[in-house]
Design a protein. Structure first.
Lengths: 128, 194
């Protein structure tokens, strides 16, 4: 059973995308959502609270999503957190690099609500 | 002739050679002077063309201006997208006060609005790529204009990028053009086999 009250971290440098993700997650009953605008900002927040899911963009400055993923997977306290990449980077080498770095799933922008739900279910388990 | 010279110095040197040749016997100098005069005129017109492109010149600031216009597009589309989403969020709240069938219809429409608003992220990334390309052109034009003018002038435009701290800079390409972009199904297939 998925705990939808768990804290979720969303990371994107576009405030509109953070708002879209927050709204779509709310429709899926995830209401405990925090956000960050790049990897550095996210890492600080990830150490302050126990998160159950990270949804991150790739192309951000100064710390990118792939480097955030690597830092998360290298951190004993964070490495267990499911990490979904949501990005416009759709080249083969991006997908392979992310998979090798331990990403849990990969969503290409622009995406729809059904895709988001499907990927989250594949990572967290089926929603009730 | 110095080993290194600016285009302006080269042009002056060429004019001196032409003047010297003009003092020589007409039969010997004819075709050579004509060729050098062509070359001199070509250099002069090239210098003028490049000078007119100079980013800081009064009639050539269109590159900086284009960047400002593009940045304004990003800001204005962000403002418009936020306004649209605020209205959609209000609709979502209103949907809690109506019957279930109407509510489902509203939520479905609101979800489509949220999905469509992602255009601002994608267009923003594409415009940012264009701004960076223009900034690079601007810096190169300024450097070229400085070389032609014979004086060194610091590039006017500093690239406004924040340095990316990443070991995979080559993987930062932003949205692909529609013919090259992979679909979610293709990504899924790739992800499963990687």
């Amino acid at each position: 059973m998925v705990d939808k009250n768990m804290p979720v971290m969303i990371v994107d440098d576009y405030s509109t995308m953070l708002r879209i993700l927050r709204n779509l997650l709310r429709q899926l009953d995830f209401n405990n959502v925090d956000d960050a605008t790049d990897g550095t900002d996210a890492l600080q927040k990830l150490h302050a609270k126990k998160y159950g899911l990270i949804i991150s963009d790739w192309n951000m400055q100064p710390m990118t999503g792939i480097d955030l993923l690597r830092q998360v997977r290298a951190d004993a306290d964070l490495k267990h957190i499911p990490f979904v990449m949501v990005t416009a980077e759709s080249k083969t080498e991006n997908v392979i690099t992310a998979k090798q770095a331990g990403v849990s799933n990969y969503i290409v922008k622009p995406f729809n609500a059904e895709t988001l739900k499907g990927k989250l279910e594949s990572v967290l388990g089926a929603f009730a | 002739m110095p080993q290194q010279m600016h285009l302006g110095e080269a042009h002056e040197y060429l004019d001196k050679v032409i003047a010297t040749l003009q003092l020589m016997n007409r039969r010997e100098k004819g075709p050579l002077v004509e060729t050098l005069e062509h070359l001199s005129n070509f250099i002069r017109s090239t210098r003028n063309e490049i000078s007119s492109l100079r980013p800081e010149s009064s009639n050539g600031d269109y590159l900086s201006s284009a960047n400002d216009e593009l940045e304004q597009i990003i800001n204005e589309t962000a403002n418009a997208t936020n306004a649209i989403m605020s209205a959609a969020e209000d609709l979502e709240k209103i949907s809690e006060t109506v019957d279930e069938k109407t509510r489902d219809g509203i939520i479905s429409a609101v979800t489509q609005i949220y999905e469509a608003c992602a255009f601002q992220d994608i267009t923003g990334q594409r415009i940012t790529k264009t701004i960076r390309a223009i900034q690079k052109i601007e810096a190169k034009v300024n450097a070229l204009a400085s070389a032609c003018g014979g004086t060194h002038i610091e590039p006017l435009v500093e690239l406004r990028d924040i340095p990316v701290v990443s070991s995979d800079v080559a993987l930062l390409n932003g949205p692909q053009l529609s013919g090259d972009a992979k679909s979610q199904a293709e990504i899924d297939q790739l992800f499963a086999s990687a």
